[in-house]
Design a protein around this ligand. Structure first.
Ligand code: SF4
Ligand code: SF4
Length: 169
């Protein structure tokens, strides 16, 4: 957690639950042992570099309304090389289906389909690819696996999970 521009993490600590922290072998979806939820990091000065460099999209983007603040929405937004990732607090696994979040997520999916970008909801380690018309529940996608979309033009008509190594051969 950090501060950026006009916005501050304040009483939010949700990334310390939803994100995996490699340096601490902390899996996604469980509280970090060093987190004091709602208050901050007990090892702030010595926190891992990946924590120090992390900013969620709400913190850095004025385009997201205040309602998207992670401890209110229960959703942490990040980007990947493929598009947008919506990490949902696994304690409230349907938070992303509530409004206004569901409508925004669908709109991003529609925009993404036109521009070859993906919108993925992540609940713990379970991933759901969102398209304007469908939800593709892909189950647990490991760090060595990738989502492959089946396209008809720009429209996504299917999705599957394959080993990253298979994509390189
Ligand atoms: S989820 Fe975002 S706002 Fe919340 S603590 Fe992490 S970086 Fe700060
Ligand atoms: S080390 Fe600190 S900043 Fe990093 S996940 Fe744990 S509580 Fe959060």
């Amino acid at each position: 957690m950090t501060t950026s521009g006009e916005r501050h993490c304040g009483d939010c600590t949700l990334c310390c639950k939803v994100m995996a922290i490699e340096a601490l072998t902390k899996p996604a979806g469980t509280w970090c042992a060093h987190c004091k939820p709602g208050r901050g990091c007990a090892i702030y000065a010595g926190r891992p570099a990946e924590c120090e460099s992390f900013s969620c999209l709400w913190l850095v983007s004025d385009l997201l309304d205040e309602c998207w603040k992670p401890n209110l929405s229960k959703l942490v937004l990040t980007t990947s090389e493929d598009g947008v990732e919506v990490r949902c607090d696994p304690g409230l696994p349907n938070a992303w289906r509530k409004e206004p979040y569901a409508t925004d997520i669908r709109a991003w999916a529609a925009e993404g389909e036109r521009n070859d970008m993906t919108v993925v909801v992540i609940v713990g380690q379970r991933m759901i690819l969102i398209t304007p018309e469908h939800e593709f529940d892909l189950g647990i996608v490991g760090p060595d696996e990738r989502i492959v979309r089946e396209l008809e033009g720009t429209k996504v008509v299917g999705a599957s999970v394959v080993k990253a190594a298979e994509l390189r051969v």
